[in-house]
Design a protein around this ligand. Structure first.
Ligand SMILES: Nc1ncnc2c1ncn2[C@@H]1O[C@H](COP(=O)(O)OP(=O)(O)OP(=O)(O)O)[C@@H](O)[C@H]1O
Ligand SMILES: [Mg+2]
Length: 141
């Protein structure tokens, strides 16, 4: 599946569309360069799942956990591992309590940093590529 966006509003809408395809236990591995729109995508996705809290980038907290309003997905977990120093830090904040749980959807920015934790079989790879300063291509495997 492939999408193209021009504005950050489009990107949020792609997040919303992708949210409709997700089920509990899925883990989204979100690839894309700095500033490509990963957090913008996540904001749309998380909002579509009925999360009312403001979605901020968990850069300093590593992980945000939201309560969702969805028949099957009860929690949405957003991790941004960009500033992760020690690869065990994310384990310490409790990510393994959430990964692949049937009532939880996880979204991981910069997943290669914690690939040792992402060994389940319900990974969904999504990559955001720059076309130019505003246009992006989003590819979902
Ligand atoms: N088509 C587009 N899609 C998404 N964002 C866009 C687009 N065009 C411009 N932008 C801008 O690009 C920036 C994307 O920021 P965002 O925080 O979502 O990226 P990120 O990939 O999460 O960055 P980081 O790697 O720093 O976490 C925003 O400032 C947004 O307004
Ligand atoms: Mg981000």
């Amino acid at each position: 599946m492939e999408y193209r966006t021009v504005t950050s509003e489009d990107m949020e809408n792609v997040g919303r569309q992708v949210a409709k395809k997700m089920k509990g236990g899925d883990v989204i591995l979100l690839y894309g360069e700095l500033g490509s729109g990963k957090s913008t995508f996540t904001k749309g996705l998380v909002n579509e799942l009925g999360v009312e809290d403001v979605v901020t980038s968990p850069t300093f907290t590593l992980m945000n956990v939201y309560d969702a309003k969805h028949p099957q997905i009860k929690k949405v977990v957003h991790c941004d591992t960009y500033r992760l120093r020690d690869k065990d830090d994310l384990e310490e904040v409790g990510i393994t309590d959430y990964l692949y749980k049937p009532d939880t959807l996880c979204i991981i920015e910069w997943p290669d940093k914690v690939s040792h934790l992402l060994t389940g079989n319900s990974n969904i790879k999504i990559s955001i590529e720059y076309i130019d300063s505003e246009r992006r291509k989003i590819v979902m495997e």
